[in-house]
Design a protein around this ligand. Structure first.
Ligand code: G6D
Length: 343
């Protein structure tokens, strides 16, 4: 019987230490994470024939992530996103009648600003072979990217014996602030090609209406009788008709999986559980022509992101779940991606 193993690889690149950790469970599934952006570089799990498939799109080397970021080309592959994931429609945050200017481009603040958490070198806080868990930590200084509060953030990645990928983010602040983290993994259950042959089922009856700048208007609209209704399993070849997804769906309050994604080719099924009220589902029409891990080649609609989080632009919509983190309180965002074979 295989044992749990964690391989710890250190590379110095451009004067910085990149720590890559490979967590392997007794089924032979392998989760590779990096302290750069507290990112998931890959996740290999067996398909219906028992062959390992990398279901999370990654680059061919951990150094490549830094080069893409420095060149302003990052698409946040597998990265931790924040302090505020998604879009904020104003160039200031108003907290307790105080105004905090935040970085913006054309009046929109996206994914934590010009230098969000995805471009930081996190500290390796813990590596636990028994529970097959790696924890990264980042201290975000007061007014970093304009956000108030000295905020201690942790990102915990765990691979369990039943092929669950558990992601737990925590944050505590010494001042009232806002926080809304997520993980930006791009899933493709075939490890290459397109997700058009995947089937998606979502426990969601509502989604956010957005304006032309993709900013929520505040209106929450039903998905019924629209192409965005995934309450019944739907194959994703319909993405062509809706130009893909880059939308916020409101999860139903259910103990059932919030989302189920299946590949009709590899037979791999992924069930998504989370304590977050919403998810931004992003299906890029294509990926940049880069060298990807395992020499993977991708086609149109190559991947799908399940960015479990609170609503984008919540600081400007009082009726959305609050993203305020009061001094001394603990923020926790837990998501579990359960992998198996669709019987
Ligand atoms: C685009 O609008 C999308 C975002 O949702 C995505 O996270 C990003 O590309 C990578 O900005």
């Amino acid at each position: 019987m295989k044992q749990n193993t964690i391989e710890d690889i250190k590379v110095i690149y451009k004067g910085k230490e990149i720590k890559t950790l490979v967590l392997e469970n007794q089924k032979g599934s392998r989760l590779t994470v990096s302290n750069y952006g507290a990112s998931i570089l890959s996740f290999e799990t067996p398909d219906k024939e028992g062959k390992l498939i990398n279901v999370i799109v990654g680059l061919a080397s951990s150094r490549a992530y830094i080069d893409k970021y420095i060149n302003g080309e990052s698409i946040l592959l597998g990265a931790t996103v924040g302090r505020y994931a998604g879009r904020i429609s104003t160039d200031v945050l108003r907290i307790n009648e105080q105004e905090f200017p935040i970085y913006h481009e054309n009046g929109i603040h996206l994914h934590g600003g010009k230098h969000g958490l995805d471009g930081k070198f996190w500290k390796v806080k813990a590596i636990d072979n028994d529970t097959l868990r790696a924890v990264f930590e980042y201290k975000s200084e007061h007014l970093e990217e304009g956000y108030p509060g000295n905020v201690l953030i942790t990102a915990s990645y765990q691979l369990t014996e039943i092929n669950e990928l558990k992601i737990i983010y925590t944050a505590t602040s010494d001042k009232d602030t806002v926080i809304n983290l997520t993980n930006h993994a791009y899933f493709n259950l075939d490890g290459a090609g397109s997700i058009k042959n995947h089937e998606l089922q979502l426990s969601s009856r509502e989604m956010l209406e957005v304006d032309t700048k993709m900013i929520p208007t505040g209106i929450i609209k039903p998905v019924a009788n629209t192409a965005y209704d995934f309450r019944k399993p739907s194959t994703l070849n319909k993405l062509h008709t809706i130009e893909g997804l880059d939308d916020t769906f409101i999860y139903e309050d259910t103990a059932l999986p919030k989302a189920v994604l299946k590949s009709l080719h590899s037979g791999i099924k992924m069930e998504v559980f989370t304590n977050q009220p919403a998810v931004v589902i992003f299906t890029p029409k294509e990926l940049p022509q880069w060298k990807y891990a395992y020499h993977a080649m991708y086609d149109d609609f190559p991947a799908i992101c399940f960015e479990n989080q609170k609503h984008p632009d919540a600081p400007n919509h009082p009726h959305f779940p609050s993203t305020l983190l009061k001094a001394g309180e603990v923020y926790e965002n837990t998501s579990v991606f359960v992998f198996g074979i669709d019987d």
